[in-house]
Design a binder for this molecule. Structure first.
Ligand code: ZN
Length: 175
């Protein structure tokens, strides 16, 4: 996509995709919540991780100093132990394009699909259906998501650590 005037839009310039190693499961879940395509290298041997990263153009996220010495692969080596620290390290290493918050299934990384209210009705508790307007379903695992307290906690945490959120992100409490 090219914006008027022939300038490529920021979003079209680069897409980042990640491959998190087995030690970084928590960070993986959060990157998915943030909207970044993040595969998990759980159970994969180093050679398989390298191959997958190369074939899918993914940045490897790892705690393994040995692995991080590999040449010719984009790799971010993590030292921090807290989630806030890990996110900070990521931002220092990678220029992150804007992403669509809560657009991916945190469990399987698939892009969520918007449901009509009628389709969502039998899939969610009655109170949730009455009080929420937007529902999304994961095409892979079938989980249905809506704006609930969990989402508020996620937003509160991101604001607390100064994560750059889009201007239209709803304030905590009204979501
Ligand atoms: Zn899913």
């Amino acid at each position: 996509m090219v914006a008027e005037g022939g300038q490529p839009t920021k979003q079209s310039v680069f897409v980042v995709k990640f491959l998190a190693d087995a030690m970084l499961g928590r960070l993986m879940t959060w990157l998915r919540l943030l909207g970044y395509d993040t595969a998990w290298a759980d159970d994969l041997a180093d050679s398989q991780i390298a191959r997958l990263a190369r074939s899918e153009g993914r940045i490897v996220l790892t705690r393994d100093t040995q692995f991080a010495r590999r040449k010719g692969l984009p790799i971010v080596l993590f030292h921090e132990q807290t989630l806030a620290g890990e996110l900070q390290e990521l931002r220092q290493s990678v220029t992150l394009p804007p992403a669509d918050l809560f657009s991916r299934c945190p469990v399987c990384n698939a892009t969520l699909q918007l449901l009509t209210r009628e389709t969502a009705k039998p899939l969610v508790p009655p109170y949730v259906w009455q009080t929420q307007t937007t529902f999304r379903r994961c095409p892979h695992c079938g989980r249905v998501y809506w704006a609930g307290t969990h989402r508020q906690h996620v937003l509160a945490f991101l604001r607390e650590i100064g994560w750059p959120l889009a201007k239209n992100t709803p304030p905590v409490g009204t979501d």
